[in-house]
Design a protein around this ligand. Structure first.
Ligand code: KG4
Ligand code: ZN
Length: 345
């Protein structure tokens, strides 16, 4: 229990509103009492940040303020409900951009106060992890969960609800960061992951031998900073014409170096932990090449795999509502002095 949590003796299960504002997506979603996603509204700020090549925190906060009311209202309307039908609110408390988180947390608190229903703060990471069960409620635990996003590359052993053991993590860049920084070097648009994914489909993943960092034998940690430097050196050694004509091969080979390490380490974690199932979640799990390799490997090893639909891979509020539902069911809720926690683990 975090300091802001308290116990609720009776929570009447019913529809939950999830709210997500940790970075550059304003999202709201309503989950039914039995976990069905009734609405999943996402407003992306990509157009706001595109010309800066990355998220500008102050602009993100302002854009969240402009969108939060409309996005939440649309989520409730699209679910076919009235505000009074909601029985709880879940909001991302951290980690993320402080100002951006504050918009969601304060909106959730005000709404909970007005509707006289509990609010619960959830970790963005717990949300991504919960996304593995949104469409596959029978997905088993214990399992290994690989969280791959813009800020995290974390491997967990998830024994049961509320219990995760960290098996490995990135020592430098996250996988999403490696995609975004690589895309910047390749002069592709922001956000870089989807741009590399698209371009790579026309390229040869074996064309350029980029380094794959496995670290020392048995390690379940990751490192992607060397790969980014290798791409930089490769581009510096090419003239403009070569860079343009080999753009697709560069993207495909660079992507391959990221995703093969993710696949190898995820399956190594499954082997060493003895788990019978693997879930891969977070924005990078939307990557088409990663999805193909994971599906092929899982099929050949007869392993149960959960790969959430694309709408639940990148930031969304259905995953926040799903994690919040678990907390409310466990009898937890937040006091109304709950605050954003930018560096929440
Ligand atoms: O989970 P997410 O939406 O936000 C964070 O929690 O960070 O993940 C965003 C990351 C970005 O780095 C983005 O480039 C990456 O996920 N991403 C992808 C793809 N779609 C999003 N990376 C590779 N291929 C994709 N298709
Ligand atoms: Zn995320």
């Amino acid at each position: 229990m975090t300091p802001t949590e308290q116990s609720i003796s009776t929570w009447l299960p019913g529809p939950i509103l999830g709210i997500e504002t940790s970075c550059d997506e304003t999202a709201a979603s309503v989950l039914s009492e039995n976990g069905v996603v009734l609405s999943n509204i996402i407003t992306s700020q990509h157009a706001v940040h595109q010309r800066f090549g990355g998220v500008v925190p102050e602009l993100a906060s302002r854009a969240h303020i402009e969108s939060i009311e409309g996005v939440s209202t649309e989520a409730v309307n699209q679910a076919g409900l009235a505000w009074a039908d909601l029985t709880g609110i879940a909001v991302t408390q951290g980690p993320g951009l402080a100002g951006a988180l504050l918009v969601g947390v304060n909106y959730a608190k005000a709404l909970a106060y007005a509707l006289n229903i509990p609010v619960v703060g959830v970790s963005h990471l717990e949300g991504h992890i919960a996304s593995a069960w949104i469409q596959d409620s029978t997905f088993p635990m214990p399992c290994v969960v690989l969280v791959v996003s813009g800020g995290h590359t974390h491997l967990y052993y998830k024994e049961r609800i509320g219990h995760c053991r960290l098996l490995g993590a990135t020592r430098d860049d996250a996988a999403g960061e490696a995609f975004d920084k690589g895309a910047q070097l390749l002069s592709l648009e922001y956000p870089g992951g989807p741009a590399i994914d698209r371009l790579a489909r026309q390229g040869n993943p074996e064309a350029i031998a980029f380094p794959r960092s496995y670290l020392k034998k048995g390690s379940l940690d990751f490192s992607f900073s060397g790969l980014k430097t290798a791409l930089l050196y490769k581009l510096q050694a090419m003239n403009e014409l070569a860079r343009a004509s080999q753009a697709a091969d560069l993207a495909a080979s660079y992507q391959e170096a990221i995703v093969t390490v993710l696949v190898e380490k995820a399956f190594a974690a499954v082997r060493s932990s003895g788990a019978q199932a693997l879930a891969v979640v977070g924005g990078v799990s939307a990557n088409s090449r990663l999805r193909t390799l994971l599906q092929q490997r899982a099929a050949s090893e007869n392993l149960r795999l959960s790969l959430p639909p694309l709408a639940y891979c990148t930031d969304n509020a259905a995953m926040v509502a799903a994690a919040g539902k678990q907390a409310l069911r466990a009898g937890l809720c937040a006091a109304l002095d709950i605050d954003a926690q930018a560096s929440l683990a």
